[in-house]
Design a protein. Structure first.
Length: 151
């Protein structure tokens, strides 16, 4: 029996990794040093008292998950450096010290999916990828300017 792991991953992601929502739409959001202030309420959202306004942001500047559209445009256009997979296996060490320092997820993945060794850096490559992403986006901003979009 063959199991389509990609299909299983998509099913798990659908239930356990839903699209993120902005739970605090009235707060500022920052992306690589740029602030995205909450949108101002439209005039029809104000109360009869001119000194009190509603704290709800204007819906025309938000998407269905309550993220500001300008933030999504900036965030989505950044250079993304993600996990690698399907590379030549990196053999696992046999020492108990190394095995005990692995997270449960890395241990399970290495035993069940990659018994010959590590063929993906999922679970242990995040700091490497984070640093590479920051460096690539910094070079992009310096050489091309902050407003340049990758997509």
């Amino acid at each position: 029996m063959t199991v389509d792991m990609e299909k299983c991953k998509r099913i798990v992601q659908y239930f356990w990794d839903p699209e993120p929502r902005n739970d605090i739409p009235a707060a500022s959001i920052w992306c690589l040093g740029r602030e995205y202030a909450p949108p101002q309420p439209s005039s029809d959202q104000t109360t009869s008292n001119p000194h009190i306004t509603s704290r709800q942001p204007d819906a025309s500047t938000l998407n269905d998950t309550a993220w500001p559209k300008a933030f999504l445009s900036d965030f989505g256009s950044r250079i993304w450096i993600t996990y690698r997979s399907n590379f030549t296996p990196i053999p696992r060490t046999k020492t108990s010290e190394a095995t005990s320092s692995m997270t449960l997820g890395v241990r399970l993945r290495s035993q069940l999916m990659d018994p010959q060794g590590f063929t993906s850096d999922t679970g242990w490559g995040c700091m490497i990828r984070s640093g590479q992403s920051l460096l690539a986006n910094t070079f992009s901003d310096i050489l091309l300017g902050r407003g340049e979009r990758c997509i």
